[in-house]
Design a protein around this ligand. Structure first.
Ligand code: NAD
Length: 249
């Protein structure tokens, strides 16, 4: 029980086979009360109900500041306090540079990068007041190796931005007792690829993974658990790879 008595907010945790959902389950198993925030409000409520009566599911668009503020107020009211924020929500698009239109760019950057800022801003005053908190942010191996897995260059740019943002927040918020870290997964088997990952692409990707398998959502959930818990009490500004060795650097 690594999170006994703790409370956690996880964004993008409604989708049934997603990383956020697996994280919510693992955190609950470790004793945390969880608030699931997702664009899919009904899905969030259902996911929370599946965890049990102590958990909450709330609609939230991480790309919208007012929606983040409102969800934060509700999450704090539902949980009493918030110890952990997992900035997990994200979307992807397999596109090449010349195919990216202004709206594609905006949406990918807004959800994947700006969303991390907006949701963090909604919880930082509360964490500062309590002089404690752990924030973990979802980046991607795409940020480190320049894409080439599934998401396009705009996804790669947004996820690279998350790394800079999280490191800068770690530096700024450390004196307030708030830790901020990032995770950089390789290809994890979820629905984010929207059925567009062909068997050929999968076989090609496998050739470059020393552990010889794609990642499972639990592989990432366990790293979020480490970052959320006191096991990582002296870790801030860190980036943890969860990629089976796809990128060793
Ligand atoms: P997923 O599609 O299963 O889950 C993403 C969730 O985010 C969904 O529940 C969706 O409704 C929610 N969401 C989308 N836009 C949102 C918004 N504006 N506000 C709030 N919620 C929103 O995908 P996943 O693979 O579990 O992805 C989770 C995170 O992991 C994403 O940030 C993704 O970029 C990142 N990631 C995934 C992989 C992978 O291979 N699956 C690899 C590296 C990083």
């Amino acid at each position: 029980m690594l999170l006994k008595g703790k409370t956690a907010v996880i964004s993008g945790a409604a989708s049934a086979r997603g990383i956020g959902r697996a994280t919510a389950r693992l955190f609950a198993e470790h004793g945390a009360r969880v608030a699931i925030l997702d664009l899919d409000g009904a899905g969030a409520a259902q996911a929370a109900a599946e965890l049990g009566p102590d958990h909450a599911g709330l609609a939230c668009d991480v790309a919208d500041p007012a929606s983040c503020r409102q969800a934060a107020e509700r999450a704090i009211a539902a949980l009493g306090q918030v110890d952990i924020l997992i900035n997990n929500a994200g979307i992807s698009q397999p596109m090449k540079t010349m195919e990216i239109g202004p709206e594609d760019w905006r949406r990918i950057v807004d959800v994947n990068m700006t969303g991390v800022l907006l949701l963090s801003q909604a919880f930082i005053p509360h964490m500062r007041e309590r002089r404690q908190g752990s924030i973990a942010c979802m980046s991607s191996v795409s940020a480190q190796r320049g894409g080439g897995i599934f998401g396009g260059p705009h996804y790669s740019a947004a996820k690279a931005g998350v790394l800079g943002l999280a490191k800068a927040m770690a530096r700024e918020l450390g004196p307030d007792g708030i830790r901020v870290n990032s995770v950089t997964p390789g290809l994890i088997q979820t629905d984010i690829t929207g059925g567009k990952l062909t068997d050929e692409m999968r076989a090609d990707i496998l050739k470059g993974i020393p552990l010889n398998r794609l990642g499972d959502t639990i592989d990432v959930a366990r790293i979020y658990l480490f970052l959320a818990s006191d096991l990582s009490s002296y870790v801030t500004g860190a980036v943890i790879d969860v990629n089976g060795g796809m990128l060793i650097h």
